[in-house]
Design a protein around this ligand. Sequence first.
Ligand code: HEM
Length: 457
Amino acid sequence: MTFLPEPFLAPAPPPQPRPLGTASFVWTAMRNPIEIWGERAYREPILRDDWLKVPTIVVSDPQAIRYCLVENASNYAMQPLRQRVLRPMLRDGLLTAEGELWRRTRRAMAPVFTPRNIGGLAAVMAERSDRFAEGLGRREGVRDAAHEMTLLTYDILQATLFTDAIAGEPAEFARAMDDFLARMGRIDPLDLLDAPAFLPRIGRLLGRRSVAYFRRLIAETAERRRLALADDPAGAPRDLLTLLLQTDGLKPSEVEDNIITFIGAGHETTARALGWTLFLLSQAPAERDKVERELDERLAHLPDPREWADALPHTRAAFEEAMRLYPPAPSLNRMAVEADRVAGLDIPAGATLLVMPWLVHRHERLWERPGHFLPERFLPENRGRIDRYGYIPFGVGPRVCIGASFALQEGVIALACLLRHLRFDYAGARPPHPVQKITIQPRGGLPMRVSRRHRTT
Ligand code: HEM
């Protein structure tokens, strides 16, 4: 690979020079967990550390990842803390279901996410992204690109999920959803301390009414569609809601749980990936040129947006490289059900197993110049050099993200629509600082100057 001009070094917290004491470990883990790691974590294939007395194994070797998450996946259950935090909100949705319920739901949902169905949503994704880009172009100036991208992915998600046919006023629905999302990832200190379930979690109790309200809106939205489908099956929109309602094997409450899960899992993740891509491109003019030239030369000959993910390799590579450097889901958390032995290390039953895309994607053994933004790694001619288990923004194994091709298609389409007309220049006084709060977010947002751009050809 050639490295001229000098590639951009993406901002990241420096590794800890020495192990943290208990108090600073807890403080750092609560503020920004990606700051706890020392240099060894970016160098060693597997590590054991005992955190607050729980044996914790950090697996970064691709073959060991494959073993734990694919070959012996049934021995690694979802981590209890993750479940305690997410299950009250997402209930029996796919992300939090386990055992037989998960198997049945995953099987029932497979037909929803076929390439044909996802491709069928591409035109809506492009139409919404174009409309959004046009609106943004009319508001030239400095905008928080991180926030703007959540508005765009929300609009795309509700268009592809419901085709705008929601219960209640749109503003009221959006407010209820915002409130729901703000509560979703909150960890109660009692959960961290593993306190018994009968002790009330105050934050969750306070949020109960607004969560119930959001659920009611979702239930009403689904019920209206059920009636519309019964009335005129051919006339109903072919969106995710219709596809979910037409699957065999999901009860009405499960359909609702999964709609809520899609909103929880599929909106902020994609927005983060888009925001970081815009930032990285703004810092790497040579890479941005390649993307702009590609869009100017090719888009006019590509009327069908379902082809874009394959036909725009530079745009796609920038998006995939951004997800390497800033994986929207930075941590996959499991618990060993039975004792095991992985890469020469004994794993006791009950141990926490962490597979951290954040570490794997920046691992010295797996990547040349791991901290640098080099989209060419993901061009078709170089892709073969990337280990299948060393690049895992969507996870791997039976619990791999069911929305991966939806998200990739959406990411490329959104970038193409934004960057064919607009340019984003970073306007912050300091580089953005990545913070792990379920997703990897830029602390304080991404202030970017938005302007209309001239075609390169
Ligand atoms: C860039 C965007 C996205 C990223 C980076 C992402 C990442 C992930 C990852 C890493 C997992 C596996 C978690 C684990 O193993 O613990 C996952 C699971 C999941 N994702 Fe995504 N996701 C994205 C977009 C979406 C979208 C758009 C949807 C839905 C429309 C979605 C729905 C789900 C669901 C339902 C699961 C649970 C699958 C299961 O457990 O069987 N995701 N996602």
